[in-house]
Design a binder for this molecule. Structure first.
Ligand SMILES: [Zn+2]
Length: 102
């Protein structure tokens, strides 16, 4: 599933409930799911990691939708041409400059 299609799916499923909950409450759900993903990684439970990664992405998608952000456009703008810092694919940045840009 493409990123934009995924965001539309999550909106169709949950956006009314997400709007009613608000971004603050939604942020709490997101961070709870991040914690569940961390636990699954710590335990090395691949099935659980798979499930929790999907949940984290779903909640991130919701946060983007509530903020008026189109995820597909956001990732294309930032990563579409390679590493945002060095422009290379794969990244040629040193570990000191961090592999994930801020
Ligand atoms: Zn780089």
């Amino acid at each position: 599933m493409e990123i934009a299609a995924f965001q539309r799916r999550i909106e169709a499923l949950y956006l009314d409930k997400d709007r009613a909950r608000g971004i603050g409450g939604t942020w709490l759900w997101f961070t709870e799911e991040v914690g569940e993903l961390a636990e699954a990684i710590r335990l090395g439970d691949r099935d659980k990691i798979t499930e929790e990664a999907a949940d984290v992405l779903a909640w991130l998608s919701t946060l983007a939708s509530l903020s008026g952000v189109e995820l597909d456009a956001a990732v294309a703008a930032k990563y579409g041409d390679g590493c945002p810092k060095c422009s290379a694919i794969p990244c040629n940045c040193t570990e000191d400059s961090a592999s994930l840009p801020t």
